[in-house]
Design a protein around this ligand. Structure first.
Ligand SMILES: Cc1cc2nc3c(=O)[nH]c(=O)nc-3n(C[C@H](O)[C@H](O)[C@H](O)COP(=O)(O)OP(=O)(O)OC[C@H]3O[C@@H](n4cnc5c(N)ncnc54)[C@H](O)[C@@H]3O)c2cc1C
Length: 323
């Protein structure tokens, strides 16, 4: 399905041979920004969005650290603005998922659920997905009280007790967001101090609804049709106890979405795609940008910057006639 925020029907490739100049996999900040830059280079890029239009950024209620928005900007709203801006210059968006790629020869071939696409250059911006706890009850109760997105599900926990797992920026930020709805938010962290930034920590510590459970992990999530209780274990004493909760929000990190590139693109031991400073991968004409290639910064602004760089490089690659 092609769709377009500006109301103009999405066009097909401008090339007579039907081969795309630039295909971008992913519509998070990296993919959107790559789309804007490639569109402004008149390359008529095609973006395959995957299931999450706007990427992880669209999952969060507000983003306060993306420059240009002094009052902050809604995560979903930012995604829409990115898309609109890229479409204004000719980027095309397709709501589809890449299921297979063949990068062994050019043009590259990308299979989606809907079709097969050929491309002169490829920008991989498939980002990352939440890491799961892998404990009993987690999978069974996902969508029934277990969640990885406070913005999406927080509303269901009005005046309820929730647990948040994690100690980084996402855990604390989303824990703070949940105080809008929940009666109490218990932030459970395996260490005795948070990794979150100072401002977030300060806000959380001042909140009357938030409490912290240190040095502790969740061993099991229990409930018949919905979450009812969690089994906690203190890592220092080994002591176990059961706590009644209505929801469990898990923010313990992300893993890169690189499965379909295995055996073709070089990756580090954690599965992040290896690039040089110009976002080039081991295959000429294939670039990677955003969290897929960045285990260090993982921010909207850095991902968007990498997306821009990848598109500039793809443009140069095409100009140099390397195809
Ligand atoms: C809850 C939460 C709150 C956050 N808050 C902030 C914040 O306040 N400030 C900040 O700077 N950062 C924040 N971040 C981090 C920020 O959202 C990410 O760093 C950023 O979104 C990464 O951008 P990306 O484009 O690289 O990848 P992602 O945002 O992960 O986007 C990946 C894209 O790839 C697509 N995709 C995946 N697989 C496929 C496939 N096979 N085919 C096609 N498409 C595919 C997905 O649908 C998605 O569109 C937050 C993250 C989370 C989870």
């Amino acid at each position: 399905m092609d769709f377009n925020l500006t109301g103009i029907p999405a066009a097909s490739s401008n090339n007579p041979d039907g081969i795309e100049n630039v295909v971008i996999l992913g519509a998070g900040p990296a993919g959107m920004s790559a789309a804007l830059y490639a569109a402004r280079a008149d390359l008529n890029p095609l973006v395959i969005t995957g299931m999450e239009l706007g990427g992880q950024a669209a999952l969060t209620y507000i983003i306060e650290n993306y420059p240009g928005f002094p009052e902050g900007v809604g995560g979903m709203q930012l995604g829409e603005l990115f898309q609109k801006q890229a479409e204004r210059f000719g980027a095309r968006f397709e709501f589809d998922v890449a299921s297979e790629v063949n990068l062994s020869s050019r043009p590259f071939r990308i299979k989606t659920y809907g079709k097969e696409i050929q491309a002169k250059t490829l920008i991989v911006a498939t980002g990352a997905s939440p890491v799961h706890l892998r404990i009993p009850g987690e999978t069974e109760l996902t969508g029934k009280g277990v969640s990885y997105c406070a913005t999406c599900d927080g509303w269901f926990f009005k005046d309820k007790k929730v647990a948040v797992v994690g100690g980084g920026d996402s855990a604390v930020e989303e824990g703070l967001f949940l105080t809008r709805f929940a009666s109490t938010v218990n932030i459970i962290h395996r260490r005795d101090e948070l990794r979150a930034g100072a401002i977030l920590q300060d806000r959380a510590k001042k909140s009357e609804k938030i409490r912290f459970t240190w040095d502790t992990v969740i061993k099991e999530i229990r409930g018949k049709d919905a979450v009812e209780e969690i089994v906690l274990q203190n890592l220092k004493t080994g002591e176990e106890r059961v706590e009644a909760v209505d929801g469990v929000f898990i923010f313990i990190g992300h893993k890169p979405n690189t499965q379909i590139f295995g055996g073709q693109l070089e990756m580090d031991s954690l599965g992040y795609i290896s690039t040089d400073m110009q976002m080039r991968t081991n295959i000429a004409g294939v670039f990677a940008a955003g969290e897929i290639a960045d285990p260090h910064y993982r921010q909207v602004v850095t991902s968007a910057g990498m997306g821009a760089a990848a598109a500039i490089q793809a443009t140069r690659f095409l100009e140099q006639g390397e195809v």
